[in-house]
Design a protein around this ligand. Structure first.
Ligand SMILES: Nc1ncnc2c1ncn2[C@@H]1O[C@H](COP(=O)(O)OP(=O)(O)OP(=O)(O)O)[C@@H](O)[C@H]1O
Ligand SMILES: [Mg+2]
Length: 253
């Protein structure tokens, strides 16, 4: 088989040219990074889990009419996606205070917010993905007012969907981030959800115990990241319930 052309290699994923124009293959690596890649590790099986979980959430979004880049899963680590122009902003939705919101505003982690709060951060690793306002975004041309309205709409729909999915399996969706991309269809363009939705990009707490089941386990050295992600996948029925570890061969189907 001819070697595929690598389009981009990031911290968690690799993008290859897809089989058709306008498509890409997204490969999920086992690499975990935090604090702007200052902390790095390999977590065996993470890529497999995130590939499956992102597939699961994106398919669900498609079923409720939220447009996204997912086309199909190819194998354990790869999925076919629609290629988009990524808007250079991370869209963060918060339901409970945690992380940088708690640190900046002095609100205790876990405090319920009066309404979901949508934040925008500039995708710029060198600057540490700084929080930016709508004024900054429009003044510097990173997105238009229409784009921002569409991004908020998408993010809030993803929030309601994910919050409900998680609640059903005893998990609180504290916050998450999505990336949004511009999809061109002839002269018509629209914004769709891109990148990934996985425990790498969400804060997920067990409703009963408060146990963290997301990348904070890695950021804060709270135990096995692989076990945490496997637990999320198992609860959602993404893995058969008898699979207890991500690296077991029974995962392949
Ligand atoms: N459908 C898509 N079309 C084009 N690019 C995409 C799509 N989905 C995700 N991407 C981009 O692919 C890359 C995925 O790689 P990864 O998440 O490892 O990057 P990263 O290290 O987080 O870096 P960064 O997001 O800052 O570029 C990201 O740059 C992301 O914006
Ligand atoms: Mg990324």
């Amino acid at each position: 088989m001819a070697r595929r052309k690598k389009v981009y290699e990031g911290k968690a994923k690799i993008l290859y040219e897809g089989p058709e124009p306008g498509t890409l293959v997204q490969y999920f690596k086992d690499d975990a990074t935090a604090f702007n890649a200052q902390k790095k590790a390999t977590v065996e099986g993470k890529g497999v889990l995130n590939n499956r979980l992102s597939e699961f959430f994106m398919k669900g979004l498609t079923q409720i009419g939220v447009p996204n880049h997912f086309i199909k899963r190819i194998n354990m680590r790869e999925q076919l996606i629609r290629s988009v122009e990524i808007i250079p902003l991370e869209v963060v939705v918060r339901n409970f205070a945690a992380g940088s919101l708690s640190a900046r505003l002095g609100i205790a982690e876990g405090t319920a917010l009066p309404r979901p709060i949508v934040e925008f951060c500039l995708k710029d690793d060198a600057l540490g993905d700084p929080l930016v306002s709508e004024e900054h975004i429009m003044a510097f041309g990173w997105a238009t007012q229409q784009d921002l309205d569409d991004m908020v709409q998408l993010a809030l729909r993803v929030n309601d969907f994910l919050s409900g999915m998680m609640l059903a399996v005893g998990i609180k969706l504290v916050d998450f981030k999505i990336e949004v991309g511009r999809l061109w269809e002839n002269d018509y363009q629209r914004l769709i959800v891109a990148d990934e939705i996985s425990p790498d990009s969400c804060r997920l707490w067990d409703i009963e115990t408060g146990q963290k089941l997301d990348k904070d386990v890695f950021r804060r050295d709270l135990g096995s990241l692989s076990d945490a992600y496997t637990e999320v996948a198992r609860r959602l029925g993404v893995l058969p319930s008898n699979v207890t570890h991500a690296t077991k061969p029974t995962l392949i189907n």
